[in-house]
Write a protein that binds this ligand. Structure first.
Ligand SMILES: NC(=O)C1=CN([C@@H]2O[C@H](COP(=O)(O)OP(=O)(O)OC[C@H]3O[C@@H](n4cnc5c(N)ncnc54)[C@H](OP(=O)(O)O)[C@@H]3O)[C@@H](O)[C@H]2O)C=CC1
Ligand SMILES: O=CC(=O)O
Length: 330
């Protein structure tokens, strides 16, 4: 009998076929409340693959046979990694294969917000372009400005490369550790959060969601930013206090915001954020190109197959699980 696994995200047919050669697949779709059939399948499953499912002790209590949880995303804030490790369950994500695509999206969002591209598109399409535009429709320059990146990891660095080489921007960043590459190759400076907020023309959040970064950017942080600052969030909505962001935008504490992520996704239609004028909103599309999504799913499938075949999954988040198993078997 092949091991059972749960697939809770639609993935390309050839990858489903690859999985079928190794496993009995139980198909489910992610829902706010997973139905009883999901938990029934979960009780027998050795692996789960998809993204965004909250994997915590409540779920794990109902998954006595689970050996691996596979995210088809790089962010893994949906995993309680400590709990997974304690229970000897491997966790994997999809770093690197999406870095450049997400950086392109974020830079596009930054440009779209600074140059008011969606608003201008609507202006033309709605027949309002009847004479030369006036200064009320001007945007602001991006080139040669200061970009502050909170979270100079893989994606933050790829954005900084675009900014430094393509747009001659000065780069500030805020991380817990230094990035020698960013400092040597991009002349970036690691500064305090306060200094970054005070001195940046563009503030980009690219740090993962964690207990430490939950609502990292709130009322005080928006007050520290320049009145001309443009705020971009490409990481997770909960890193920002959305109420404070709305207030900062409405009261002109900052100039504008470009958002790919929100506290609640999909963002509720009635959210006040959607009524604020100086905001560009995307539906969490950082990595959403056909090529990159395929690579993310492929990597997820590799992780699942290797993990359940006794090999090391290529992008294992908690290698301690395997070290412990090795020590126990010696
Ligand atoms: N919008 C979208 O579609 C996408 C969003 N994402 C989001 O982007 C995040 C980043 O991805 P990626 O660049 O690959 O991840 P990395 O782990 O490479 O980078 C994260 C960076 O954040 C820094 N960081 C972590 N905690 C803090 C903190 N408390 N304060 C300041 N900096 C911190 C880390 O540095 P240090 O440890 O030194 O502090 C690290 O440099 C993902 O976790 C995900 O949430 C990713 C892909 C697509
Ligand atoms: O948000 C997307 C991810 O890969 O993380």
């Amino acid at each position: 009998m092949k091991p059972e696994v749960i697939l809770y995200k639609p993935i390309p047919g050839d990858l489903v076929q690859r999985l079928e050669t190794h496993f009995e697949i139980r198909h489910h779709l992610l829902a706010r409340e997973m139905p009883p059939e999901f938990y029934k399948d979960l009780s027998r499953s050795e692996g789960i693959i998809g993204s965004k499912l909250k994997v915590d002790s409540h779920l794990l209590d109902q998954a006595p046979n689970l050996k691996i949880v596979v995210n088809t995303s790089v962010g893994y804030d949906n995993f309680d990694v400590e709990e997974l490790t304690k229970r000897g369950i491997m966790a994997t994500n999809t770093p690197d294969v999406l870095t450049d695509t997400v950086a392109d999206t974020i830079f596009g969002l930054l440009l779209a917000t600074a140059r008011r591209i969606p608003e201008m598109h609507h202006y033309v399409r709605s027949g309002q372009w009847n004479e030369n535009i006036g200064e009320e429709l001007y945007g602001v320059d991006v080139h040669h400005k200061v970009l502050g990146i909170i979270g100079m990891g893989r994606i933050g660095t790829a954005v900084a490369e675009r900014a430094h080489h393509g747009f001659k921007m000065e780069i500030l960043y805020h991380n817990r550790s230094n990035s020698p590459y960013a400092e040597e190759s991009l002349q970036a400076q690691n500064v305090s959060l306060e200094k970054l907020l005070q001195e940046s023309d563009f503030v980009l959040v690219m740090a993962p969601l964690s207990d430490e970064t939950y609502k990292l950017i709130g009322e005080k942080e928006f007050q520290l930013m320049k009145k001309s600052a443009i705020f971009i969030n490409g990481s997770r909505g909960e890193v920002v206090d959305e109420k404070a962001l709305i207030y900062a935008l409405k009261s002109n504490e900052i100039l504008a915001a470009g958002l790919d992520v929100y506290e609640k996704e999909p963002i509720p239609k009635e959210s006040p954020l959607l009524k604020v004028k100086n905001v560009v909103t995307l539906p969490h599309i950082g990595s959403a190109t056909s090529e990159t999504r395929y690579q993310m799913f492929r990597l997820g499938v590799d992780n699942l197959i290797k993990g359940l075949n006794g090999e090391i999954p290529p992008t294992l988040i908690n290698p301690e699980v395997l070290t412990k198993k090795r020590e126990e078997s010696n």
